[in-house]
Design a protein around this ligand. Structure first.
Ligand SMILES: [Zn+2]
Length: 432
């Protein structure tokens, strides 16, 4: 099908933030299915190109890396599989966000806090200050799980209108938007709504995948139809300046394979800043310039690197098949599916995928014929090699599957580099 025959796909020729054009193509992960899991092997849903384009500063752009296409949002979000509470690593990461917000915004009982894309409500549950007025926005089916005492959950995308309708003249002392800001078709509209809802002394915390770490660690599984933008600090500051906002501090972390957390305040207010913060922001800005995050060639080199990862992984999978070994996928995350599709991996090379989320058990990964089985089913009959797609939970998974490794099982990790580990690595890792 040509794009014109697919009305749910919009192609962009100009930048979503600054309007500059034309955008320069830098990387294509091919045609990819938009929804990951289906009840039958022959169900696939719609497919769309996953192409990255760059708003080139050398030609007057704002340095934002973004997808060329946008899919109809409802296709992606009305049924969303990832639940924060299912991973202890993720719960701890969200608790850390809540702590930082309590301290840096100086929250007090009676303050209004908002979490945008609140998922199953895990972040809102981490606040320790009593008597906060909590508001969550969640467009997916997870919203019912977010309900909790003291919170009003709005089953929709974030907009200022519903907030104002609920709160009248009251404004938010803190707004968090975790792992969602890169999903926005119109970032300017979203930031305008933030400005409406945020108190003059309010703090906005954005945490999301960080382009600098994606390039450093080859975490190309960040790229998906949901993630429309891939922000550097430089590109983010360009956007915030348009709205009278500024970054008061920035921290890097390894959440979701490499994220940054931005503390954002109205310009000149300095909310969220701590000693050393201004220096940290200036340092990261300088580091991005040195690393070439504003230059086209940097993204060409990235493309070459992930092509090499694909070559190595396919070589390993084919060698395992030739040796008569069974390979299963471990952790059928939405991110991992991008990797499978980019590498052209189907049930011929990997027949089954193990996942602990019972909602996925028995379903098929779109376009691959790979069926999802439960942890129990895998443990009853373990394979020779487990390809762990959620490499960011490597420590947690090696600990959980220590018995499998001790009995001679091996694990394949493709990111940040291709590695096969077994009992020896487990032992070394446990001793360290
Ligand atoms: Zn731009």
């Amino acid at each position: 099908m040509t794009l014109s025959e697919r009305p749910h796909i919009v192609e962009h020729t100009t930048c979503r933030v600054c309007g500059h054009g034309p955008l320069v193509p830098v990387l294509s992960l091919g045609e990819q299915y938009a929804v990951g899991f289906w009840e039958r092997a022959d169900e696939t849903g719609i497919q769309a190109p996953l192409d990255l384009v760059f708003c080139d500063p050398a030609a007057g752009g704002c340095a934002l890396l973004q997808l060329r296409h946008t899919l109809d949002h409802d296709l992606l979000y009305r049924r969303y599989w990832y639940r924060s509470a299912i991973s202890t690593t993720m719960v701890e990461a969200l608790r850390d966000v809540a702590r930082a917000v309590e301290e840096r915004a100086g929250l007090r009982p009676g303050d209004v806090v908002v979490d945008i894309g609140c998922n199953d409500g895990t972040l809102l549950r981490q606040y320790t200050i009593q008597g906060l007025d909590k508001i969550g926005f969640e467009p997916s089916n997870l919203w019912t799980l977010a309900k909790q005492p003291g919170a009003q959950i709005i089953h929709d995308y974030f907009r200022a209108g519903p907030f104002v309708a609920l709160m009248g003249k009251r404004r938010a002392r803190a707004i968090t938007s975790i792992a969602m800001f890169y999903d926005l078709e119109d970032p300017n509209a979203f930031v305008r709504d933030i400005c409406t809802c945020l108190a003059p002394d309010g703090l906005w915390v954005v945490q999301m995948n960080y382009l600098g770490l994606m390039l450093d660690n080859a975490t190309f599984d960040n790229i998906s139809h949901e993630h429309l933008e891939y922000y550097s600090l430089l590109a983010m500051e360009h956007l915030l300046r348009r709205h009278g906002l500024e970054v008061t501090d920035v921290e890097l972390n390894d959440v979701n394979g490499g994220s940054f957390r931005l503390y954002i305040s109205r310009s000149g207010r300095g909310v969220g800043s701590v000693p050393g913060a201004a220096e940290r922001v200036a340092q990261l800005r300088a580091h991005e310039r040195a690393a070439g995050l504003h230059r086209l060639e940097t993204f060409r080199a990235f493309e070459w690197r992930i092509q090499e990862i694909r070559r190595q992984v396919r070589e390993i999978l084919q060698a395992e098949r030739s040796a008569g070994h069974r390979v299963y996928i471990y952790g059928a995350s939405t991110r991992g599916l991008v990797v499978l599709q980019y590498m052209g991996v189907t049930s011929e090379l990997v027949p089954l995928a193990v996942d602990k989320n019972p909602d996925k058990t028995g379903r098929y990964i779109a376009g691959t014929g790979i069926r999802v089985i439960s942890l129990d089913e895998y443990r009853a009959n373990p394979p020779d090699l487990l390809w762990v797609l959620p490499y960011q939970f490597r420590a947690e998974i090696m600990r959980q599957e220590a018995e499998y490794l001790r009995r001679g099982g091996r694990m394949l990790f493709a990111i940040p580099k291709v590695e096969v580990v077994g009992a020896a690595e487990l032992k070394a890792w446990e001793a360290s």
